[in-house]
Ligand binder design. Structure first.
Ligand code: NAP
Ligand code: GLV
Length: 325
């Protein structure tokens, strides 16, 4: 019997040996994602797809998959690029990689929070730009982090990992989420559950950790920025479209908020002519939340484990749509 065929949409930071024992592997070797047309053609002839968040796995693509197509395995925890109802309708399980990237993403979030507060990127430009003449009492001042109030929007794996870091900085920590978490856990983490509006009004730093869903699309718009302190700093390492980019631009240029740091943009990558790129009070990183060496290897291995299970007709270890079983 011939081996099942799999398509992997980019070179992965791990070995493919184990997968190679059971499947014929084709890897898209380019740095840019495979064009949609290529994916559309591929899914007709393969048994499994290992994809990334930059691949658009929509209803048309899922419906075009051949009859032997068994599994979609995404190397990411977020899966807003995949039409899950369409996959479920075809009984195709979708795998993802939760947990292994929690700390790396929380670390990057913390780096952005600290960099935005203490103006690290501006200061680096200043020093390299030959402007450093002397020690100045008023040079590049920013707010305190220690003892400040932090608002965490979305209190799942990454949101809670942020609270653990904030505790070490003696912060007052608010969170809002769809469900209140266990009160014992609240005590351990030293957090207070509160309404979204109050969190916006009282926080010095607001950090976003919800998935991108219909109800979180542009969750941050003009009204939300207006509610915030003028000294507030917003950090987004979740998904770009949770913030309305025009509202962010207005808030940052009108002084409604003091600064922002974002690892994700809408659209992604950020267009080179975006007005946001001209702002000194905004830090932008190119979606590198999980980009530690160890984390990316774990994510790749987890995605391969999901893929192999799907090819064998076994339950995926980390399945987004268990309704298929
Ligand atoms: P998670 O454990 O599922 O946590 C998400 C949390 O958001 C859940 O607690 C959920 O609440 C809450 N939530 C959902 N809708 C909400 C709403 N409307 N308002 C407030 N809270 C809401 O996911 P995670 O592992 O922490 O990851 C979170 C997101 O981060 C991912 O979906 C992904 O998009 C992003 N991410 C980005 C990077 C990066 O490289 N920048 C890396 C990893 C993850 P309930 O549990 O009550 O539903
Ligand atoms: C990264 O953004 C992820 O969802 O894993």
């Amino acid at each position: 019997m011939s081996k099942p065929k799999v398509f992997i949409t980019r070179r992965l930071p791990t070995q493919l040996e184990q997968l190679g024992h059971i499947a014929t592997i084709e890897v898209w070797e380019e740095r840019q994602p495979a064009p949609y047309k290529v994916l559309l053609k591929k899914v007709k002839t393969i048994d499994g797809l290992l994809c990334l968040l930059a691949d658009q796995i929509d209803q048309q693509l899922i419906e075009a998959a051949g009859t032997s197509f068994k599994v979609i395995s995404q190397m990411a925890v977020g899966y807003d690029n995949i039409d899950i109802p369409a996959a479920t309708a075809r009984k195709i399980p979708v795998g993802h990689t939760p947990g292994v990237l929690t700390d790396a993403t929380a670390d990057l979030t913390w780096a952005l929070l600290m960099a935005a507060a203490r103006r690290v990127v501006e200061a680096d430009r200043f020093a390299r730009g030959g402007q450093w003449r002397t020690w100045e009492p008023n040079l590049l001042l920013g707010p305190n982090i220690t003892g400040a109030t932090l608002g965490i929007v979305g209190f799942g794996r990454i949101g809670q990992a942020i609270a653990r870091r904030a505790k070490g900085f003696d912060m007052k920590i608010f969170y809002t989420s769809r469900h209140r978490c266990d009160q014992e856990l609240e005590k351990v983490l030293g957090v207070e559950f509160t309404a979204f509006e109050r969190l916006l009004q009282e926080s010095d730093f607001v950090t976003i950790h919800t998935p991108l869903l219909d109800e979180t699309y542009h969750l941050f718009g003009d009204r939300q920025f207006e509610l915030m302190k003028q000294s507030a700093i917003v950090i987004n390492t979740a998904r770009g479209a949770i913030i309305d980019p025009e509202a962010l631009y207005t808030a940052l240029t009108s002084g409604q908020i003091a600064g922002a740091a974002i690892d994700v943009t809408d659209p992604e990558p950020i267009p080179t002519d975006s007005p946001l790129l001209s702002l000194d009070n905004l830090i932008i990183t190119p979606h590198i939340g999980s980009a530690s060496l160890q984390t990316r290897e774990k994510m790749a291995n987890m995605a391969i484990a999901n893929l192999i299970a799907g090819l064998k007709g076994e339950r995926l270890p980390h399945c987004v749509n268990p309704k298929v079983y």
